[in-house]
Write a protein that binds this ligand. Structure first.
Ligand code: HEM
Length: 117
């Protein structure tokens, strides 16, 4: 079971890479107001959701303690990210502030994950 959990943590990290990586590739364009939500960002956000839910299930199945408030906050932040990326996925240019907000929220979730112990 531990191997499965570690496998899903790995997939969870691949999801972060896709979401944050997609954001980083658009930073120059963001400065010019021409950034767009690339498909990898949507797929990364969806990967975070699916793998996150599976990780909660795997931890519960093994009676491992889970910080439900931390997970709830991460979930709420991710839902905002997903909503913004999904709604604007076909737009060729996304407003600088909205694009920046998605990058900021992604980083907020990374630091919530690693600093909230
Ligand atoms: C952008 C969104 C997210 C980011 C950046 C993120 C980031 C991370 C990172 C870096 C870890 C490994 C460090 C740690 O164990 O805390 C982690 C673990 C975990 N995440 Fe996320 N996460 C996100 C969304 C979610 C969501 C939505 C859920 C649940 C619905 C979730 C559930 C979990 C669980 C249960 C673990 C612990 C795995 C374990 O050690 O057993 N995550 N997350």
């Amino acid at each position: 079971m531990d191997v499965l959990t570690h496998l899903f943590v790995g997939l969870h990290i691949i999801g972060i890479a896709a979401l944050l990586g997609g954001f980083l590739t658009q930073m120059k364009a963001m400065g010019q107001g021409t950034a767009r939500f690339v498909p990898g960002m949507l797929h990364g956000a969806l990967t975070m959701l699916v793998t996150g839910v599976v990780l909660v299930g795997l931890n519960e199945a093994q009676d491992h303690h889970i910080n439900t408030i931390k997970i709830g906050v991460k979930l709420a932040v991710l839902i905002v990210i997903l909503g913004l990326v999904y709604v604007k996925r076909d737009e060729e240019k996304v407003d600088k502030s909205m694009f920046g907000l998605v990058g900021l929220l992604t980083m907020v979730n990374i630091f919530i994950a690693v600093l909230w112990t």
